[in-house]
Design a protein around this ligand. Structure first.
Ligand code: PEP
Length: 253
């Protein structure tokens, strides 16, 4: 059975002390996870080791980096390589978040390189895709997302795609308080699974976890996650409140 995942994206928020407090608060909430359920906390780079140490007794909780370099190593001041992430035990990395695509000009071909670097260092990518409001209003969101997947993931082999994690995040719903309806999420997730099935086969398509992101809150998570092709969420704002994120974890199927 494919994994059901609650992923937190803390973005560029919190001091170390606040991040540690949030983690302690989350660990002391009444959250429950089965063997096929995971919580992944995408925390700022400087906090990866500290938060990871706090999660070590929780078999289903992991940290993720929020980004990685497209290059292996060398003279790239300020970048963080997947080799570095692997060396500190990080197992997940967000790739292609819309904020990185928009503010740092990350194109589908740059993201291909980042995905490749992640696999070279045994790190699971959490690959983000999703359309802007203009594209949604023009009704071309399906082909837009399909192109994002084709250009960054279709070179991978079946082993790499088995159990792969995709986060569908319509940009118009990120941080805006405007959530896609659970039916809109289901429609796009079904489309993504079909696109993957055509390229990699039904078995691989059934194995991938497709997370919805965009103003997921404690109050709407259960409805969104109840849809058959929605395998959890990537959560920004609400992941900064321990009790809310615990409710979101408990809303996983
Ligand atoms: C995100 O940052 O990926 C996100 C979905 O943010 P929010 O939940 O705040 O909309």
């Amino acid at each position: 059975m494919r994994k059901q995942i609650a992923a937190a994206n803390w973005k560029m928020n919190l001091t170390l002390q606040q991040a540690e407090q949030l983690t302690n608060d989350l660990l002391s909430t009444n959250h429950k996870m089965g063997v096929e359920q995971l919580a992944i906390l995408a925390v700022p780079f400087p906090y990866l080791t500290s938060i990871q140490a706090r999660l070590k007794n929780n078999a289903n909780m992991f940290v993720a980096a929020q980004n990685c370099a497209a290059t292996k190593n060398g003279a790239y001041t300020g970048e963080t390589s997947t080799e570095m992430l692997e060396s500190i035990g990080v197992q997940y990395v967000l790739i292609g978040h819309s904020e990185r695509r928009e503010y740092y000009n990350e194109t589908n071909s740059i993201l291909t390189e980042k995905v490749n670097r992640a696999f070279e260092n045994n790190i699971h990518p959490v690959f983000c895709c999703g359309e802007s409001l203009n594209i949604r209003e023009a009704g071309t969101q399906n082909s837009y997302v399909e192109t994002q997947l084709k250009e960054s993931l279709f070179h991978l082999n079946k082993d790499q795609m088995n159990g792969f994690i995709i986060a569908y995040e319509p940009i118009w719903a990120i941080g805006t308080g405007r959530t896609a309806s659970s039916d809109q999420a289901q429609q796009m997730h079904e489309h993504i699974r079909n696109v993957i099935a055509i390229q990699f086969g039904d078995e691989i398509a059934a194995s991938i976890s497709i997370l919805y992101g965009g103003s997921v809150k404690a109050a709407n998570a259960a409805d969104i996650f109840s849809k058959p092709d929605v395998d959890g969420g990537l959560v920004g704002g609400a992941s900064l409140i321990a009790a809310d994120f615990a409710t979101i974890i408990n809303s996983l199927k």
